[in-house]
Design a protein around this ligand. Structure first.
Ligand SMILES: [Zn+2]
Ligand SMILES: [Zn+2]
Ligand SMILES: [Zn+2]
Ligand SMILES: [Zn+2]
Length: 308
């Protein structure tokens, strides 16, 4: 047996019988699969345990992510994923031997025979996927957690909608309002500070759902502008069931915008950069504000309604 076959042989064995091989990264892997106990209850213990050990072998020992083809190995049989292979300068991270260009086809084939639950199973996703289809599903799984919609600072909080609503209230002190129509005032005294984008977030409870009203200054090409837009705390297919309008004016003039709220799956910046909202050139905003053109005093009126 060539030394390069070692690890693949063990993989095949552990797929047919419950072997007691444990990869050094077994502990890390179990973190990624909190769903195993639930799966065991359904499918019987022995099948699931061999399944799990194969799954552990599919975890890259360097970065701990699951490996997808091409899966590489060194002449001594140590496997690693293709993105790690590109980073290790042709030296096996485990034994320091020259890495070469050896693929572990057997492990790739064993992976193809696996079916695994979605990684969001603990959050409610009931689906089971072939190994190579799982990743694609997880990128759009409706149970995947949402990112915090607060735009002002880097916030790494994630969770379901009710927990993010609590998080916005408690951690970001965001104003919450009930109702599908609103009148919101934005006041800022130093209007020339467009670079340090002034931004604000208000959340509206309407139809039992939550909508984030964003307001901020940014530079559109050479022109300083303000933008106001609405994001929906939920998925895109639900966001599309709503419409909203925004209106701002003064001195007998008025700008209006009618749009569809964007899901918070779309980042704040993505929505802003696609200009999907009410855009107010700064000159016009100052004109609407009245007074000495040094202070921003905008009143934005809005309404949210359900698409019939
Ligand atoms: Zn890796
Ligand atoms: Zn090695
Ligand atoms: Zn899922
Ligand atoms: Zn946050």
């Amino acid at each position: 047996m060539a030394p390069s076959g070692t690890i693949c042989k063990e993989v095949v064995k552990s797929n047919t019988a419950s072997s007691d091989y444990h990869s050094p990264s077994a502990d890390l892997e179990s973190r990624n699969s909190p769903s195993r106990k639930a799966a065991a209850a359904h499918t019987g213990h022995s099948r699931v345990s061999s399944h799990n050990e194969v799954q552990e072998l599919l975890e890259c020992p360097v970065c701990t992510n699951l490996m997808y083809p091409p899966i590489h190995q060194c002449p001594n049989g140590h496997t690693l994923c293709s993105s790690c292979k590109a980073r290790v300068h042709n030296s096996c991270p485990t034994c320091r031997n020259e890495l070469g260009n050896i693929r572990c086809l057997a492990l790739e084939k064993v992976a193809a025979s696996l079916e695994l639950p979605c990684r969001y199973q603990p959050l409610g996703c009931p689906d089971i996927f072939p190994y190579y289809g799982k990743l694609r599903h997880e990128q759009s799984c409706r149970f995947r957690p949402y990112n915090c919609p607060y735009a002002g600072a880097e916030c790494s909080a994630t969770g379901d909608i009710p927990s993010l609503v609590e998080h916005l209230k408690n951690n970001h002190k965001v104003d919450m309002h009930d109702g599908c129509t609103f009148n919101h005032r934005y006041v800022k005294d130093n209007v020339l500070e467009v670079e340090n984008a002034t931004w604000m977030l208000t959340v509206f409870n309407c139809f039992g759902r939550q909508f984030c009203l964003h307001f901020e200054a940014f530079q559109l090409g050479m022109a300083p502008v303000y933008i106001a837009f609405l994001r929906f705390m939920g998925d895109d297919n639900d966001a599309k069931k709503f419409n909203y309008s925004l209106e701002v004016g003064g001195n007998g003039r008025k700008l209006t915008w009618q749009g569809v709220p964007r899901s918070i799956r779309d980042s704040h910046k993505k929505v802003r950069d696609s200009l999907d909202g009410l855009i107010i050139p700064r000159n016009l905003a100052l004109f609407f504000s009245g007074g000495n053109r040094q202070e921003l005093k905008l009143k934005i009126a809005g309404r949210i309604w359900r698409e019939q």
